[in-house]
Design a protein around this ligand. Sequence first.
Ligand code: SF4
Ligand code: SF4
Length: 404
Amino acid sequence: MNKILEELKKEASKCINCGFCDSVCPTFSASGYKGFISARGRVNLANSLIKEIKNSSNFSLNISEAYYSCLGCYACFEVCPAGVNAGKVSELGRKLIIKYRKDQKKYLAELLVKIILKYKDPLGLSKKCAEWSQGIEIDEKSNIIFYTGHMYQLMGYSKKLEKFMLDNKLIFNLSLKFLNYFPFLNKFSSYFYDKEIEERMNNILKKIFNLLKTCNINLNYLKEKEPYPGTLLLDFGYEEEFEKYSNYVTKLFHENNVETIVTIDPHTLELFKFHYPKYAKDFNFNVVYYLDLLNVSNIKKFDKRVTYHEPCHFVRRLNYNLHLKILKEITEVIMPLHKGRNTLCCGGPDAMLYPEISENIACNRFNELERTGADYIITSCPVCFTNLYKSNKVFDLAEIFEYQ
Ligand code: SF4
Ligand code: SF4
């Protein structure tokens, strides 16, 4: 308990209880202003928790809803005068649950963890995740791999699952308990997807791959051998499982003579840049983001006015925003009210565990983007795309790129 607790104390004890963080925390308003589903509520809960376990090795407080509902968007950190990050507090809270109070875990999270460890994909769909690559030209000798991390491919399934959860709560909860005993039945999930999103995502993957090829980059792709990177293991607080899993993925990359990993989404990029080096032995690959490899000055002008939804993970966690710079060079960009480091989360990280909160946040952000009056709404993360996909105005950045 000590290491996690020490970190928690270091973060939460700085709080001066001003409440600024609640004004920007998307889950507070989206939950109907429930105090414990807000940034300050999460920090206060941590301080109560620290007091409770000062002299014991356990705690009785129920911390599950507060910490699992946090999006990890870090909007709170941007406004906190004391430098508290309630997102980090939530991450530590989830680690405490998994280590010491498994009775407070989430069934769906536990199920996804079991499936990831067994099938190297959250839905056991590695084969299906490689289908987009039919017909593309792969250089199997190249040590530069195009790494999808299954993020774009899985979005068709998460969209459908979220809708099912919202419409059939009781059936969903019962099937979840059943699946926890028989996780192999997850194979039926391959019939459970949103066809339109799936096709769109597969086309985006092809588009990114071909944009890179046009820049004379020889790319290998591991197809069905490509494992999911394990993002959810860490997100759900399963630190020990993540350590083993990240070592498995690293070994597989070495066995395939990988030297450079080309990532295409912010979640995987962040995981490989910041977390794999801490948990996995010999993770010594060159990790790059695809946009940094494109011949940007050759991208054609785009004749529509666009607005850009900046993903939290890019602008706040990775401090990366080349997307906006390129967009401004090729077209007219009208930015929404919340922009730059004050961007609003799309609600995506709550889609599985708290679909109602997620949907409220997504609608709020979509309406704000719509109000700009732009012809197109652009984003650069598959999670944001799927959560904000409420009209055919929504596009992934790669979809509007063409070379001159
Ligand atoms: S903004 Fe910072 S100091 Fe103020 S309540 Fe939130 S965590 Fe505490
Ligand atoms: S990380 Fe986001 S959702 Fe979590 S407490 Fe901070 S503002 Fe709220």
